[in-house]
Structures are given as C-alpha cells and as structure tokens.
Design a protein around this ligand. Structure first.
Ligand code: COI
Length: 333
C-alpha cells in the first residue's frame, strides 16, 4: 500500500514511522499540508490518501483529480466527516472512511474536565487571582456538587455514551437525546426528547455530528429555555451553536458559562498565535474576555491514545479496502 497522509504533525509521525517499520510491504508518506486544490497533485502515484483537518473540502477539483489519479479511498483520521462533500464523493465514485473509535474516552474525559471547571467556578477564580490579585472567597464562587446535577447529552453515540457512563458513575442524573436510542445506554442515562434535555440540564453537553440541518441547533430559543444556572459544553462541532445567540445569552445571564472546544470560525484561530486581542475575530474577542467561558483549541480529542489510534485505524481500513475487504468504518451521507 502506498498512502499519503495529509495534515501530518510530529506526534502522529511517530505512529506513521511505527507502521512503516511493522509493515515493510507498505509505504506511508506524509505532508503537513491541508488537502485542497493547490495540494491535491501530491496525491499522484499513491493508492490512498488520509486526511485530518477542520477545513471543508468543497472544491470539486480535489475529488475529480483524486479519481483521475486512480485514488478510490479517502481515509479520514477524524471522527467527524462534515469536511467532506458527499455529492462529489458520489460523482467520482470515491469511498470515505473515518475513525470513530480512536478514543471516545478522550473527549468524554475532557467533557468531565470542562464540567468540573465550570461547576467549581475555576474560570472566575483564576480571573480574580490573575487579573486582580484577588484571593477572596466571594459568594458568587460557591458551587455545587456533581451528584446534585442533571447532565444532558445531545447525541448519544460512542462519545456521548462514554460521557453518560462517567457522569453516571459520579452520581449525576444523566439524560440524553438522540434520533436512535441504544438500549445498552439505558444503564447510564434516561433518554428523553430534545426540548426536555435543553430545559432540565444543569450541564448541557453536545456530542452530535454536524449535519447541515443541525446548524444552530443551540440558538436563541434554546438559550431562553435553558436554566440560567446551566453550563454549555461544546466539544462536537462549532456550527451546532449559534455564536451570536451564545454571546447574547452569556451577556444577558441566560446561562452561567460555557466551555468551547470548537466554535464556528475556529479555523481563524486554532493552531495560531496572536500578539493582540484585536487580531482575533470579533466573536472571540468578546468571549475570550468572559471569565465564565473557556476555550480549548479543538483539543478534547488530543491524547496519546487518540493520536496513535487515528493513524492505526485509518491505515487498517486503507489496507482492507485495497485488499478487497469491507472497511470497518465506512461513512456516507
Ligand atoms: C474529530 O476527530 O472529529 C475531531 O474533531 C478531531 C479534529 C482534529 C478533526
């Protein structure tokens, strides 16, 4: 197998090198470029390509050229596959796989971290300390305990169910909404409808994939319906939340805080460094100043286990497809 892995980083490269050593019959090459019209020519001569990026691939040229180079398979190293244009995938008879099982626990544990950070008011505590050298235990810093909370999960797939299990073990009441209900999850959560999850959650956490019809799923109406003491966690996809509605809800104290690992417009800031606040997009300028909001740079997934598995699982499917077997994780829309 000759594979080209786009979006390479040094920490993934370690596992690419491991693969090459363990499979001398294969040849994995890497580039740190994104896959786009300007870089697709690098794929010539390879059997398969692999991608891990947040930029949408909407240029038909990319798909047309891949097919013309004889490439039949795009092996994503991500869980999400919203960057892919399936109209062009179908038009050029390509196959797409993802890596949904690289580590649901990675995102679930990050969600726990977000929940506890918000619940125990660490944002305002750190803000008081670092901005004002204020170490007073102010009344607004009093919090509550996790086993008194209702944790609501939108999207109870692999990640959502790992989140449910963790909070259930901690004694929280866990409720969830998904189009498809899995009876196995009922050991950890109670399924209910979308509106009830929005209304009853003290901690509302999103783990749904980004389907275009779900854009802005959490907007003004949902913020109105949420408890004003509730926290929002989004480690799924930015566009699930309407940024302007979120900013308004935080300003008007319709919710108590937010932890955002993803956000619409994140391509403008993630993996970049800035020297001045004014360089950030406007939404970010407002949110970054709020002590009850925390951003993480799309790093909820970012553990050793995830990085290792995203290389291994994507290349395993790449090999299966070339060997004429069914891939383990095909995706389509
Ligand atoms: C995913 O795997 O879907 C992620 O969000 C990780 C990201 C680097 C694309």
């Amino acid at each position: 197998m000759k594979a080209l892995l786009y979006n390479m980083t040094p920490e993934q490269q370690v596992y690419v090198d491991e693969w090459n050593q363990a499979h001398p019959e294969d040849h994995l090459e890497t580039t740190n470029d994104e896959l786009e019209a300007d870089t697709v020519d690098q794929a010539q001569g390879f059997d398969v390509i692999s991608v891990l990026q947040v930029f949408d691939i909407n240029d038909e040229e990319v798909y047309r050229k891949l097919a013309s180079y004889g490439i039949k398979h795009i092996a994503l190293r991500s869980v999400g596959y919203n960057i892919i244009n399936f109209e062009y995938v179908h038009k050029y008879h390509l196959l797409v796989t993802n890596t949904p099982a690289y580590s649901p626990r990675a995102v679930a544990e990050n969600t726990l971290t977000s929940a506890m950070y918000l619940l125990r008011k660490w944002g305002p505590i750190l803000h008081n300390e670092k901005e004002d050298l204020n170490f007073v235990r102010e009344a607004n810093l009093m919090s509550d305990e996790i086993y008194h909370q209702t944790v609501g999960i939108i999207g109870v797939g692999r990640i959502g169910s790992a989140v449910a299990e963790i909070f259930h073990v901690l004694g929280a009441k866990v409720i969830g909404y998904d189009l498809v209900e899995n009876p196995a999850n009922e050991a950890f959560l109670e399924y209910t409808d979308f509106d009830t999850v929005i209304k009853e959650s003290d901690i509302l956490t999103l783990h749904a994939p980004l389907d275009p019809s779900d854009e802005g799923m959490i907007g003004t109406e949902q913020f109105e319906a949420m408890k004003d003491t509730a926290f929002l966690i989004n480690a799924a996809r930015g566009p699930l939340v309407d940024n302007q509605a979120l900013i308004a809800a935080l300003k008007e104290k319709k919710i108590a805080g937010a932890s955002l690992d993803v956000m619409t417009g994140e391509e403008e800031i993630v993996m970049k460094k800035f020297t001045d606040l004014s360089q950030l997009p406007e939404d970010y300028q407002e949110l970054v100043k709020m002590p009850n909001v925390v951003f993480t740079p799309h790093s909820a997934y970012y553990t050793k286990t995830s990085v290792q598995n995203m290389v291994k699982q994507s290349m395993t499917d790449a090999k299966r497809v070339l060997d004429g077997q069914k891939p383990v994780y095909p995706v389509d829309e």
